[in-house]
Ligand binder design. Structure first.
Ligand code: ZN
Length: 67
């Protein structure tokens, strides 16, 4: 059995307990966010990373030329 994050609907507190430690209300498992949204940001990060790597390569070449 794995631990899953749960959330209290009353005070919106995230907890691993089945009962909210604040208001003693039964907590529930929040619906996981859509994966498409994550993919969008992941792709954006990858694009940025590629550009960053390219810049680093160029800088490295410049240094070699100078020395
Ligand atoms: Zn609560």
């Amino acid at each position: 059995m794995k631990w899953q994050i749960r959330r209290c609907n009353k005070c919106r507190e995230y907890t691993l307990n089945y009962i909210c430690p604040r208001c003693k209300t039964e907590t529930e498992t929040p619906i996981p966010p859509k994966f498409s949204l994550h993919d969008k940001y992941a792709r954006y990060r990858i694009e940025k990373l590629k550009i960053h790597e390219k810049n680093n390569e160029n800088q490295h070449e410049d240094k070699q030329k100078q020395s």
